[in-house]
Design a protein around this ligand. Structure first.
Ligand code: RUB
Length: 305
């Protein structure tokens, strides 16, 4: 494969969700940019810039919601070099740093978030989030006996991936259909979910169904925690941009849709949980209230308007 084909292959895997989850999308994009520039053979900085921009755009146009992709690409392609070789080295170093930092962030989130889980607790999670699973897995490894309730997360059933991971960690797991969230909520001590986007005002954009779970956790007085690396926070929302919610195909929900004449299926992949229903956001920089999201964007992501 040429370097263009390899890059488009990663972009295709992100689009088809073979690579999915905001963190994994971001690190795959960083790795793809690194591999791409390593094979670029040009001494012209202008040409290097042009090819790097093509690669960045090809990756960016895959999934519209996860800001992690935008932040990863922005951090990896940021450099001030006067020649192509120095630019290439900068991109490679940026990518290595991004991947290492994001692995460390997930570990740190696990350490911090797991302290909020007590021995004997039941934790509910939705979809398949490495950050949320780090919290749960760290609590389990520290010797706390916990039970996890995982939702199916229709229509793509990321919950099945989650129960497989929890099972391999040796954690006691129960699987529920998404609509059973309220009926089990009184048994739950903590809800932990991941994030595709945290906005400047502290709202969460995550897998469809998250907002309903947050609402019923709120009503049942069950704490609701978001596990999110700081690169899941969206500088674009500080500049007034709205988060695009990805609408996926009808067939993901109903394979036999073509037999109906008048029926349409709506398939939004994500929803918005208002900050009033979020107790805390566990980042690698510590546990923060959603109201502090603005500070994370300004201070950790170094965003200037
Ligand atoms: C995945 C999803 C996850 C977040 C966080 O959606 O909503 O909760 O991306 O995951 P999809 P992580 O399956 O549509 O990509 O903590 O692993 O980044």
């Amino acid at each position: 494969m040429t370097q263009e084909e390899k890059l488009l292959d990663t972009a295709g895997k992100i689009r088809s969700m073979e690579i999915r989850g905001a963190g994994r999308i971001a690190t795959a994009a960083a790795q793809a940019l690194k591999d791409y520039v390593l094979e670029l053979d040009t001494s012209s900085l202008e040409e290097f810039d042009r090819q790097l921009r093509w690669a960045a755009d090809s990756l960016l146009n895959t999934r519209p919601t996860a800001v992690s992709l935008f932040n990863a690409i922005k951090l990896v392609t940021r450099y001030s070099a006067t020649d192509a070789q120095a630019a290439k080295e900068a991109v490679v170093n940026n990518a290595d740093r991004f991947i290492k930092n994001s692995q460390r962030a997930v570990e740190q989130i696990g350490i911090i978030g797991s302290r909020t889980i007590r021995d004997g607790d039941t934790v509910l999670t939705h979809c398949n989030s490495m950050a949320a699973l780090s919290v749960i897995g760290t609590a389990h490894r520290s010797g706390k006996r916990i039970k996890v309730i995982a939702t199916e997360s229709r229509p793509r059933y990321q919950g099945i991936t989650t129960i497989g991971m929890l099972d391999r960690m040796g954690i006691d797991v129960e699987l529920i259909v998404d609509s059973a969230a309220r009926s089990v909520m009184n048994e739950v001590n903590l809800v932990v979910v991941g994030a595709d986007v945290v906005t400047a005002n502290g709202s969460l954009v995550n897998k469809i169904g998250t907002a309903q779970i947050a609402l019923c956790a709120h009503e049942a007085r069950t704490p609701f925690m978001v596990a999110a690396e700081t690169y899941k926070f969206s500088p674009k929302t500080l500049a007034g941009e709205l988060v695009a919610i990805e609408e996926r195909s009808q067939e993901e929900v109903l394979e036999t849709i073509s037999q109906y004449r008048q029926v349409r299926v709506r398939n939004p992949a994500f929803d918005v949980t208002p900050r009033q229903y979020i107790d805390q956001i566990c980042t690698e920089a510590g546990l923060i209230p959603p109201e502090m999201s603005y500070m994370i964007i300004k201070e950790r992501l170094g965003w200037e308007l």
